[in-house]
Design a protein around this ligand. Sequence first.
Ligand SMILES: [Zn+2]
Length: 200
Amino acid sequence: MPASASPEIDRLIGLLAKLPGMGPRSARRAALALLKRREQLMQPLAEALSAAAEKVKPCSTCGALDTRDPCAICADPTRDRTLICVVEEVGALWAMERGGAYRGLYHVLGGLLSALDGMGPDQLRIGELTARARQGEAREAILALPATVDGQTTAHYLAERLAPSGVQVTSLARGVPVGGELDWLDDGTIAQALRARRPA
Ligand SMILES: [Zn+2]
């Protein structure tokens, strides 16, 4: 059912409604806000979207999103290269960075192992992680995965796969609520969970 009188506006609303956290009603509100604030909001947003679509790519080392490869974190000489924090998605990496308590490197898996969703080890960046553990300066892999069934299945699998490399495998402590997604947490909780990590 068309939301407005114009196919262009309907298309805008339809695309906005596909964003996480948006439904048809919030998509209509967002579209209206954009259309009303063409100069201040809509055009800068269109430019930002276009620049991001063109320039932002996953880092070939860690999987973070950046305009350069290796990304700013991998290229930062002040980062502790003995630590690799393993996260499900880039959102969790951003959450860790917001906390500011962590100064090591990252590895983005791109998902979790899940029998239900048909996610196997080959669909995740696990081979890349074991290669980094074998070749690099890494001494510890910190598993910052959700406290869900899939998160814990993935953590156990990674601990086994990383064992031959000799890298110590730890997990974030459970200041993290069960079923909690990392990017919903406040910065203090993440910092505390990071300090209280334990062998996986
Ligand atoms: Zn990187």
